[in-house]
Design a protein around this ligand. Sequence first.
Ligand SMILES: Nc1ncnc2c1ncn2[C@@H]1O[C@H](COP(=O)(O)OP(=O)(O)OP(=O)(O)O)[C@@H](O)[C@H]1O
Ligand SMILES: [Mg+2]
Length: 390
Amino acid sequence: MNKETSIVILDDEINILHSLTRAFREESFGLFTTTQPEEALQVLQRENVKVVISDQKMPRIGGVEFLKKVKEMKPDILRILFTGYADIQIAEDAINQGSVYRFIHKPWNEEELKATLRDALLNFDLTLENKRLFELTQKQNQELELKNQQLQALIDKQIAFTTTVSHELRTPLSSMKMAMDMITSRNLSMKLTAEEIQYLNIAKNNIDRLRRLVNDILDLSKLKAVQETLPMAEHSMNEIIREVAAIHKPQAEIKGLKFKVKLDESVGNVLMNPDKINQLLNNLVNNAVKFTEDGSITVSSRLRRDDHCVEVCVQDTGQGIAAQDQPKLFQKFQQLCEPKERVGGTGLGLAICKEIVTQHSGRIWVESDKGKGCAFLFDLPVPGGKEAGI
Ligand SMILES: Nc1ncnc2c1ncn2[C@@H]1O[C@H](COP(=O)(O)OP(=O)(O)OP(=O)(O)O)[C@@H](O)[C@H]1O
Ligand SMILES: [Mg+2]
């Protein structure tokens, strides 16, 4: 079977070429030998040659010069120079200039020469494969980039659609609510029956529910849309906790729950959008009150010096959340209880929390054992905390 020519050897001494052909007869690669530089170059044009060996001392052209031509013609081919001891400096210079891959002394050791050639062939194949993989990765990266752009365009469209629809829904809902309020406030003059009032109240509650849902959806899409433009300022974390606690304490106490606030006074300012952090904490405390029937709610702050973060924790003694449910909590419209047991709400609160925390480069997570209450925690980086050593 004809072997594909992988190696070309150029030498002006025909005896050397004969002995090389004999030495490599059993090898798996095809060998082409010639005394003519032009013929060697023609073979390189025609065949998929991987390695070229050239003698340095030849009458018409020096080996280094010839290998430079090879490099110009086919830069990927590995070039090896045969040298006598007198030409070592020339060979080293050629290697340093990148025109030669290696040099081999004449007379050569046959086993060493074979090993060098196998090594060179392997090197050629690996380089080629690397190049192929690199180009493939580049192509895939470009495709990915394009897909990302398409996806972003779709997301933008979806956000624009949600925002428009939510806006459009809000206006008629507001006028329905106003109409309901007017009817119920004029109850006496209109002489409504108890049953009629009951129906009106059901309608009113549903309008409220719908308004909350529309507001939440609008909030979420706005949050996603203004990702880089949320105005931030340094603000006291403990102050936000006090504000939110003041709103929810009475509500919790009406339910018979203890409401505790434990602040770490070393917690200082955090770079934040105070309205959004207020909304985030508000959602968490609201959930804690909503899903706790007995016991207490504790809101606490803590400075984590080891990784320069402020951590806020809302702990309750309510029904808790099973481990398998915890990962889906922060997705949109996730409510864990059966629909008939749901205490109002739409399942968007925690998705909004997650979005807010992410925009502040923080994290949010839950720790809970089902039946033993749960703790929702979030952390935010302290601005310049690393440099200041906090
Ligand atoms: N403190 C908690 N204890 C037990 N379960 C909780 C607690 N907080 C949240 N959950 C569970 O996670 C679900 C999702 O909470 P999320 O705040 O996103 O929605 P929601 O409170 O039901 O409605 P929304 O907040 O949109 O009014 C809740 O329905 C509830 O099943
Ligand atoms: Mg909620």
